[in-house]
Design a protein around this ligand. Structure first.
Ligand SMILES: [Ca+2]
Length: 277
């Protein structure tokens, strides 16, 4: 009986924190934006940042390392990341909303590794960016327009936005760019739009784009996709506007091009501008 009550409480807690809507399971990565907190790893991969580097990454993006309290505030509204990162003052930890055997030792809360004596240890980073505008979100509609913050006006400095597109199981996502103008630099390190073929901005990297060339269409391999827009501390541009549409698994012959060439189609645009370097 007690186990049953415990199960019910867990279930209630989970649906409250995470939730199903339209048959699609949501986590709450967009809420990190609402709380101003987000997770960053090095471009070279997981657990590659020293304390000084983690601090520099957050400052480059217009913020600073999140405090334990800021991370906990974000966690309380659903911010869940299974990766330890530096916080302010050399503390390391990660926020767990949903208890699981593979992450957080089955606990919820901030999994706290404490203040590290060795600042050369390598972890990820938790940044807090008070300047970022509300942007991004989780979209489950079969089609939608996505715009940079303020579009058609220029975007501002120090912005970071995440859009997660989550369609019905079996559907894929076709992205088409309508307008595109971001600060141009050879490796797109200043301002960029990144596309990921996954739930997060760690896996399934498909391309990083900047400058004013209109990227080609992009098709996901599954029913989820993540877009990340970041602007640094100087020089803005016109921004971007793109649309996505759901591609149904069983398409009419006229739609066959979109639904049957995904993996090959992916290879055509996979490198993005970044990959040409
Ligand atoms: Ca810029």
């Amino acid at each position: 009986m007690i186990a049953l009550i415990y199960f019910f409480v867990l279930l209630w807690d989970e649906t409250r924190e995470w939730g199903f809507k339209d048959g699609i399971f949501h986590n709450s990565i967009w809420l990190e934006q609402a709380a101003g907190v987000y997770h960053r790893e090095a471009r070279t991969g997981k657990y590659k940042l020293t304390y000084a580097e983690a601090k520099a990454v957050c400052e480059f993006e217009g913020g600073h390392l999140a405090t334990y309290q800021q991370l906990e505030a974000a966690r309380k509204i659903g911010f869940h990341v299974c990766a330890a990162g530096w916080m302010a003052k050399g503390r390391v930890g990660y926020p767990i909303v949903k208890a699981g055997p593979n992450c957080g030792f089955g606990k919820t809360g901030i999994i706290d590794y404490g203040f590290r004596l060795n600042r050369s240890e390598r972890w990820d980073a938790y940044c807090f960016n008070p300047h970022a505008k509300e942007c991004g979100g989780i979209f489950t509609d079969p089609k939608r327009i996505i715009k940079s913050p303020g579009f058609p006006n220029e975007y501002e400095d120090d912005q970071i936005c995440y859009w997660h597109i989550r369609l019905k199981y079996g559907q894929r996502i076709l992205l088409s760019f309508l307008d595109f103008d971001l600060e141009d630099d050879t490796s797109c390190l200043a301002d960029y739009l990144e596309i990921y073929d996954s739930y997060d901005d760690v896996h399934g990297f498909m391309g990083r784009f900047c400058g004013d060339a209109l990227p080609e269409d992009i098709v996901s391999t599954g029913n989820v996709m993540t877009l990340k827009f970041l602007s640094d501390a100087s020089v803005t541009a016109g921004g971007f506007q793109l649309k996505y549409v759901a591609v149904d698994p069983v398409s009419k012959p006229s739609d066959g091009k979109n639904s049957s060439t995904t993996s090959q189609g992916s290879k055509n645009f996979l490198p993005g501008k970044f990959g040409h370097l």
